[in-house]
Design a binder for this molecule. Structure first.
Ligand code: GAL
Length: 729
């Protein structure tokens, strides 16, 4: 019943909007220097990024409703090209990639939409959202004045715009989309590309505008955004920002960073809400009229969608809605109150330009006052440590350090950015009855790797050029023939292998001689180990592992991954023996991957072994399988991987993502956020796994017989794996 009355309401709203659009031709989005103008009205808009593939369709409605309840007007998302076109011309708009369903869910909630098409998106997403196959289009060069790139970009952008038009989703058609973005933070890059960069940017702007969506386009961090495109700000603070042609353009903030992403091997960054609220109030008091929180819900990098390298599977981002869809307090409530206070000042803000009034060395007021709009004031204390009392229009106001009070009537302070009323929620992971799983195992056989390889060439190849990113794993194998005379008595030959990243396991005669892992500071790795050579033929097998592809930087598509050498044997015969240029065989992926073990259809293709828990421990390159019944209740679920090492995990064929329990290195004892450009000094999880819990969406479970598959790369203790409920206390 509730659903059908909601549908009726929505239909009613939709019809009214449509009638208004058709009869009064009011359905347009324009702008002036103050703000976006929707159907003739200037608006102060709060927006939040929720990336549709970072949650499940079953979660979308709840997330969007929570965003609305938090005082947002707009939902913002990137469009993820590599998810939509996994191979040239093969499109995917299903499940988590059902973009139309997502936009319609936003519309049903009565919110607007900002569609950031990109199609380069950065976003800590694999390859910045561009398909890996695109790199292999002959003659292509990314994000510059290059015909193959421009053709592909235009084709995809046009497809997305047409799809939205066909469903009448632009505001000009009565739909929710009020804004679109082309490219992403190209400004700095365009300098690296010189004249070709400028030509590309001009082309991209013209191409986008030519698609006639009836709503404005933005380019973020693009000082020279060509008219009529609006240049917007991204950052922790944007009060210093003004768009080019500021007499005609509104001041917009497309990424107000609510926290920050995390890397495997790093700590978890936090941004205190006091600082975020201060930054937003500071932006609005200077005339900013559109603020988008990046992220409002960060979500999860399921599968191998995380970029980087080394971006964690969790993309929680310390956002107001946490990875699992729960409200993070006090962030959520404190921003909600901020939105309310600013909305009560909206008429004043939109009717006048702010007048600046100095109230002391660190104290100032910004006053919006006009006959038409009444009066609203923002009173600020910029001192980092001291509170102060100021006099404004003959009244006294006490302000904590680094804070702004909002006075919607220029008399009463209804909100202060540093005064938080809501209690902090603490993560509380509770056990369920899913523990002590009965595991079966299947081990990768290192000895058969080269017999399966399909490709042998001279020299070492870039990993992605061989795998085309079909797998994180690539085997490089070669052999060396050693004369007995070359093995001097008492000498211990060693092998050293250098890789561009991201992780490496080195085997000699099927025995592991060493592993190395890159991290946020350096992707490159080097293994040097005792080579254990014998007289005769020796086999060298290198397993190179990618942990997400580069997602930004000039010509990021040219960055190399994998073993590019040198690979050198030391202590054999005369000295160093460089193996880099000899014949190498290549095998893409693991045996278990080629047999599709993670899919419910693939499990029967191997003989799984049942063995004691002790025998199952610390086994590298091992697949694990078990079944479990779904835990009761409705709380979000996570799988606890604390006892495992590194690998991937699937449930009922759905990839939960990469896991890695490497510890967070860094400093966790300080939180001097105020005044710093990047308030990421507030950090947790130093000296413990950066990510221990991995989100298991409830909708991926059946009541009974859920199949869990893990692939463990370095060895762990599967008896510690369990399913937990996520709550806040
Ligand atoms: C921005 C970029 C976003 C995201 C963000 C960091 O520079 O536009 O896509 O990568 O940084 O989370």
């Amino acid at each position: 019943m509730a659903a059908s009355s909601a549908t009726k309401n929505w239909l009613y709203l939709f019809c009214i909007t449509l009638i208004l659009c058709i009869e009064l031709t009011q359905c347009i989005v324009t702008y002036d220097k103050k703000s976006l103008i929707i159907n003739g009205h200037r608006r102060i808009l709060f927006s939040g990024s929720i990336h549709y593939p970072r949650s499940t369709p079953e979660m979308w409605q709840d997330l969007i409703q929570k965003a609305k309840d938090g005082g947002l007007d707009v939902i913002d998302t990137y469009v993820f090209w590599n998810g939509h076109e996994p191979s040239p011309g093969n499109y995917n708009f299903e499940g988590r990639y059902d973009l139309v369903r997502f936009v319609k869910t936003v519309q049903k909630a009565g919110l607007y939409m900002h569609l950031r098409i990109g199609p380069f998106v950065c976003a800590e997403w694999n390859f910045g959202g561009l398909p890996v196959w695109l790199k292999y289009v002959p003659g292509i060069s990314f994000r510059t004045d290059n015909e193959p790139f421009k053709n592909a970009m235009q084709k995809f952008t046009t497809k997305i715009v047409q799809m939205m038009k066909d469903e009448k989703l632009f505001e000009s058609q009565g739909g929710p989309i009020i804004l679109s973005q082309i490219e992403n933070e190209y400004g700095a890059e365009s300098h690296a590309f010189g004249a070709a960069g400028h030509a590309y940017l001009t082309w991209a702007a013209k191409m986008a505008v030519g698609l006639n969506t009836g709503v404005p386009w933005v380019m973020c961090k693009q000082d020279d955004a060509p008219d009529p495109i609006i240049n917007t700000c991204n950052g922790f603070y944007c009060d210093y920002f003004s768009p080019n042609n500021k007499e005609t353009k509104p001041t917009m903030w497309t990424e107000a960073w609510s926290g920050w992403f995390s890397d495997f091997g790093g700590p978890i960054p936090h941004r205190p809400v006091q600082d975020l609220a201060f930054a937003v109030a500071r932006f609005v008091q200077k005339g900013g009229s559109f603020t988008n929180y990046y992220m409002y819900h960060g979500g999860t990098n399921f599968g191998r969608t995380a970029g980087g390298p080394f971006i964690t599977t969790s993309y929680d981002y310390d956002a107001p809605i946490d990875e699992y869809g729960l409200l993070r307090q006090p962030k959520y409530d404190h921003l909600k109150e901020l939105h309310k206070a600013i909305k009560s000042s909206e008429r004043a803000i939109l009717s006048a330009d702010p007048a600046f009034v100095s109230l002391g060395t660190y104290e100032q007021a910004h006053v919006f006052s006009s006959k038409a709009g009444g009066c609203a004031a923002f009173i600020a204390n910029y001192h980092l440590n001291s509170s102060t009392t100021v006099t404004f229009r003959k009244k006294h106001y006490t302000l904590p350090p680094w804070s702004i009070s909002i006075l919607p009537d220029c008399k009463h302070a209804v909100y202060n950015t540093a005064q938080v009323g809501t209690k902090t929620s603490l993560i509380n992971m509770l056990p369920t009855n899913v523990n002590r799983l009965a595991w079966q195992t299947f081990s990768e056989d290192v000895s058969t790797v080269d017999s399966d390889s399909k490709m042998t060439v001279s020299g070492l190849l870039d990993q992605v050029s061989v795998t085309r990113d079909a797998s994180d794993y690539l085997w490089y194998t070669t052999s060396v023939v050693i004369n007995p005379s070359e093995l001097h008595r008492g000498s211990s030959p060693s092998l050293s292998v250098e890789s561009e990243g991201h992780a490496l396991h080195v085997y000699v005669n099927n025995q592991l001689i060493g592993s190395a892992f890159g991290g946020p500071e350096s992707r490159k790795v080097k293994v040097t180990g005792n080579a254990n050579l014998r007289a005769g033929t020796n086999k060298i097998s290198l397993l190179s592992v990618a942990v997400g592809l580069q997602n930004n930087g000039p010509h990021f598509e040219l960055w190399k991954t994998g073993v590019l050498g040198p690979v050198v044997l030391h202590g054999v015969g005369k000295g160093s023996w460089d193996l880099s240029r000899q014949k190498w065989s290549y095998q893409v992926g693991l045996k278990g991957e080629s047999m599709n073990l993670a899919a419910p259809t693939g499990i029967s293709s191997v003989d799984w072994t049942e063995s004691s828990l002790v025998a199952q421990m610390n086994r590298p390159l091992t697949w694990y399988k078990a079944y479990f019944n779904a835990p009761q209740g409705g709380e979000p679920l996570a799988i606890d991987m604390k006892g495992m090492g590194k690998g991937q995990v699937w449930i009922n064929g759905q990839s939960i993502g990469r896991y890695w329990t490497i510890h967070g290195k860094g400093s966790c004892n300080v939180c001097n956020y105020a005044g710093t450009y990047r308030p990421v000094k507030c950090q947790t999880r130093c000296g413990v796994p950066t990510q221990r819990w991995y989100h298991v969406p409830r909708s991926w479970l059946k009541p009974t017989q859920n199949m869990i598959i893990m692939f463990e790369e370095i060895g762990g203790d599967p008896s510690t794996v369990s399913i937990m409920k996520r709550t806040f206390k």
